[in-house]
Design a protein around this ligand. Structure first.
Ligand code: CA
Ligand code: CA
Ligand code: CA
Length: 695
C-alpha cells in the first residue's frame, strides 16, 4: 500500500462527512393495604349479608349518580371462570407459617398433612365468603397460596364487576382478581446464523446484554413480511452479497458529480457501491480538499445487513427484520454526499417525484439516513423531512459522531434521531447528544478493523464490542463479500429502522409520529454503568439521561407490543430493600388510533405475603412493601376508549426484595481495563504516526 487512512479513535465507519476529533476525550472505561373505608366502615361480621348488600347498593347509587367512574362496558374483558382471593394477613390459613421442629425424616409427611388442614380451613373460609357476598360459587379451591372461588358459569362485564366489587368489600379480603385464561407468550426465536453469536446488540437484558435490542422475544411476535420496504439512503450496496440475496430492490443512484460518483457516470439506475475510498492523491483535487484519507467504507452494505440480512439461513449474520426488502438509494461517493443528491434520494425513497428519475415503484415507509453534517437544519432539509413525513415515511437518522450537539438532519423536526450507546449502556464516546435525540441503540465501542477476513492492516483486530454485519473486502474497489465490525451512530440508526419496519407488520396504520412515540414509550430506562452523567462537560463516555440520549434504550419486544392496541407500560422498579416504599408508575401506557387510556387496574400477581395496593386504579401509585425478602409481581391492566370495543392491554413487573449486601472491601478496580486503555492508546498513536508518515 502506498497510503493508509487516518484512524480517528472513535470513528470507524463514521458517516461521510469530515469528523471533528473529540476534544477532552475520557478513557472508554466501563466502571462498572383492616379498617374498611367509606360506606362499609360500620361492618359487623354477624350482620354480613344485610350490611354488605346495603354497602353495595349504596355504592351502586354512587355510580348511578356519577360520583364514581363507571366500570368498563360489558363484554370488553375476557370472561372469568372465578375469582382468585387473597385474604388479609393471618386470615388465610394457607399463608400461615408452619413451625415444625419434629424429626426431619417425617417432615414432608407432616407438611403435607398441615397443608391439607390449611386447605380445608381455606375452603371453608372461601365458602363462607361466597355466602357472605352472595356470589354464586360452584366450588372453592386454591390458586397457589391464594383462595379460588369458581363461578357456576363464566362471568364477564357488569356481572363480573359486581362480583369483584362485592368480594373486594369484604373485610377479610386483601385483594381479588378474575381467574381468566392467560394467553400463551410468544416463544423467543434464536436465528441459526453463525455470525449471530457476535451480534450481541440483537440480544437483550434477559440474555445478558443490558443495552441490546431484545430481538429474540420480538421475533417471537414477528420476523417481518417481504412486502415491507426499508430504504437505505447511503453509499449504495454490494448487490451480490449472498446474505442480502433476494432482499435488494432495484433502487437508484443519485450521485450526480462524476468524480464523487466513482462509477464513471452521473445519476443512473444502478446503486451498486463502487467504493468510496479517498487516497492521498485525491486530496490534491480541489473537490476533495479537506477530505479524510480512507479506505472504502462499504457503509451501505453494513447498514443493509443490519436491517434485513437473510436471517436464520445458516449463513453469515442475522438482520433485525428477517423478511423486509431493502431499497438501496445511492447518494454518497468519495468524500460524502452532496446535499442536493441526498435530499433528492430521500424524496425518491419515500415515493415523491424527482425530476429526471423514474418514479419509485416501491416506496419505503421507513428510510434510514446515516449522515450528519456540521450545519443546523436548513429550510431545504426541513422541507424534505416534512414532505417525507407527509408521504407516510419515517426518517430514521444517525445522531452523528462528533461528541457534540445534533446537526442536520438529526436536528430537523420530525426525524427520529438515534444516539449510540456502548455494550454496557453508557453513551458511546463519539455519539452526539441532546434533547433532540429520540432514543439510543448500540453503536459499538471497540474500534475494530473493518473486515478481519480481508487482512486489513491494523493491529487492533476484532473488538467484540463493535457492531457485526455484512461487509465487503476491498480497500478501494469491491472485492469478495465479507462480514465486518463497525462502530458509530450510523449503525445505531438502522437498528431503530429495522424495529420500526417490524412494527409496521403488526400495525400497518402507524404513522411516522406514532412509530416514534411508541418506540420512545417502549424504550428501557437508561443505565448508569460509568461515573459521569452526560452534560456539556462530560460528553464523551458518560451515563445517558432523558435530555442527552433520548427516551431510553431501544427495545424491539416492547416496541412491537406497543404497535397494536393499548399497551400497559410499567416503569421498572428493580431490586429494593425490605420495607421499601416503591412506586408503581403506569403513566407511560399508550392507546392506539386516537383512543385514550380510560382505566388502570393494578393487582398483586404474586408475592411472599398478602399485600393490598391502595391506589390500585391510578396510573401512578405507591406501595409500602412489608419487611420481608422475596419476589413480587405487580400487574397493570389498562383499558382504552376505542369504540365500539374498548381494548385492554396488560403488563407485569418483577420486584425483587433483598437485604443490601455487605459493602465490598475498599481499593482496587479498573486496573486491568486501564492497562488495556493504555495499550489501545499506544496502538492508536502508532497508527496515526504511520498514516501521517506515508501521506
Ligand atoms: Ca453513476
Ligand atoms: Ca451507479
Ligand atoms: Ca444470514
Amino acid at each position: 500500500m502506498a497510503w493508509a487512512p487516518r484512524r480517528p479513535a472513535d470513528e470507524k465507519f463514521r458517516n461521510h462527512f469530515p469528523p471533528n476529533a473529540p476534544t477532552g476525550v475520557t478513557p472508554n472505561v466501563p466502571c462498572r393495604r383492616r379498617g374498611a373505608a367509606g360506606p362499609c366502615a360500620c361492618y359487623n361480621p354477624r350482620m354480613i349479608s344485610s350490611v354488605l348488600r346495603a354497602c353495595v347498593l349504596a355504592l351502586a347509587g354512587l355510580v348511578a349518580g356519577g360520583a364514581l367512574a363507571a366500570p368498563p362496558a360489558a363484554g370488553t374483558e375476557p370472561a372469568a371462570f372465578g375469582l382468585i382471593v387473597g385474604y388479609r394477613d393471618g386470615v388465610n390459613p394457607l399463608s400461615r407459617e408452619e413451625t415444625d421442629r419434629g424429626p426431619w425424616a417425617d417432615r414432608r409427611v407432616r407438611m403435607a398433612s398441615a397443608w391439607q388442614r390449611a386447605v380445608q380451613q381455606s375452603r371453608e373460609r372461601t365458602a363462607q365468603l361466597a355466602r357472605d357476598t352472595g356470589v354464586r360459587a360452584a366450588s372453592v379451591g386454591e390458586a397457589g397460596r391464594a383462595a379460588l372461588l369458581r363461578f357456576d358459569r363464566p362471568m364477564s362485564g357488569s356481572a363480573l364487576a359486581d362480583a369483584l366489587r362485592r368480594v373486594r368489600l369484604h373485610p377479610d379480603v386483601a385483594w381479588v382478581e378474575p381467574n381468566v385464561l392467560v394467553r400463551r407468550q410468544a416463544v423467543p426465536i434464536v436465528p441459526n446464523d453463525p455470525g449471530y453469536a457476535s451480534q450481541w446488540f440483537l440480544r437483550g437484558p434477559g440474555d445478558g446484554e443490558p443495552a441490546g435490542l431484545n430481538m429474540e422475544a420480538a421475533w417471537g411476535i414477528t420476523t417481518g413480511l417481504n412486502t415491507t420496504v426499508v430504504a437505505v439512503v447511503d453509499s449504495g450496496v454490494h448487490r451480490t452479497h449472498s446474505d442480502l440475496a433476494g432482499k435488494l430492490l432495484g433502487g437508484y443512484d443519485f450521485v450526480s458529480e462524476l468524480q464523487v460518483a466513482n462509477d464513471g457516470d452521473g445519476r443512473d439506475a444502478d446503486p451498486s457501491d463502487p467504493g468510496d475510498w479517498v487516497s492521498p492523491a485525491d486530496t490534491t483535487n480541489p473537490l476533495f480538499a479537506g477530505c479524510d484519507v480512507q479506505f472504502s467504507s462499504w457503509h451501505g452494505t453494513i447498514i443493509s445487513g443490519l436491517i434485513a440480512a437473510n436471517s436464520n439461513n445458516g449463513v453469515g449474520v442475522a438482520g433485525v427484520n428477517w423478511q423486509a426488502r431493502i431499497l438501496p438509494v445511492r447518494v454518497s461517493g468519495k468524500c460524502g454526499a452532496l446535499v442536493s443528491d441526498l435530499l433528492d434520494g430521500v424524496r425518491w425513497a419515500a415515493g415523491l417525484p424527482v425530476a429526471g428519475a423514474p418514479s419509485n415503484p416501491t416506496p419505503a415507509k421507513v428510510i434510514n439516513l446515516s449522515f450528519s453534517g456540521s450545519s443546523a437544519c436548513s429550510p431545504a432539509y426541513q422541507e424534505t423531512v416534512d414532505d417525507v413525513n407527509d408521504a407516510g415515511a419515517l426518517l430514521v437518522v444517525a445522531a452523528g459522531n462528533y461528541s457534540g450537539a445534533l446537526t442536520r438532519p438529526a436536528d430537523c423536526q420530525g426525524v427520529m434521531a438515534v444516539a449510540a450507546v456502548r455494550r454496557d449502556g453508557a453513551k458511546a464516546s463519539y455519539s452526539n447528544y441532546g434533547p433532540g435525540v429520540a432514543l439510543s441503540a448500540p453503536g459499538g465501542s471497540g474500534n475494530s478493523q473493518l473486515n478481519p477476513t480481508c487482512g486489513y492492516p491494523f493491529p487492533t483486530g476484532v473488538n467484540p464490542d463493535d457492531i457485526h454485519s455484512t461487509s465487503v473486502c476491498g480497500f478501494t474497489s469491491p472485492g469478495v463479500e465479507s462480514y465486518g465490525y463497525a462502530q458509530g451512530t450510523s449503525f445505531s440508526a438502522p437498528q431503530a429502522a429495522g424495529v420500526a419496519s417490524l412494527m409496521l407488520v403488526v400495525n400497518p396504520g402507524l404513522t411516522p409520529r406514532a412509530l416514534m412515540e411508541r418506540m420512545k414509550a417502549g424504550a428501557r430506562p437508561h443505565l448508569s454503568p460509568v461515573a459521569p452523567t452526560c452534560n456539556a462537560v462530560n460528553r464523551n463516555v458518560c451515563n445517558c439521561t432523558g435530555t442527552t440520549c433520548g427516551a431510553g434504550l431501544l427495545d424491539a419486544n416492547t416496541s412491537l407490543q406497543l404497535a397494536s392496541g393499548p399497551a400497559a407500560v410499567i416503569r421498572p422498579v428493580g431490586t429494593v430493600a425490605p420495607g421499601a416504599l416503591i412506586t408503581l408508575d403506569g403513566r407511560a401506557s399508550v392507546a392506539v388510533g386516537g383512543a385514550t387510556i380510560t382505566a388502570y387496574q393494578w393487582v398483586v400477581e404474586s408475592g411472599p405475603v398478602p399485600l393490598a395496593i391502595a391506589g390500585d386504579t391510578q396510573a401512578l401509585t405507591s406501595v409500602q412493601l412489608p419487611n420481608v425478602e422475596g419476589r413480587w409481581v405487580f400487574r397493570l391492566t389498562v383499558t382504552d376508549s376505542a369504540s365500539p370495543t374498548p381494548g385492554t392491554g396488560s403488563d407485569a413487573i418483577l420486584v425483587r426484595v433483598e437485604a443490601p449486601p455487605a459493602p465490598p472491601p475498599s481499593g482496587g478496580g479498573g486496573g486491568d481495563f486501564g492497562a488495556w486503555w493504555a495499550l489501545a492508546l499506544a496502538f492508536w498513536g502508532v497508527g496515526l504516526a504511520w498514516a501521517q508518515r506515508r501521506r
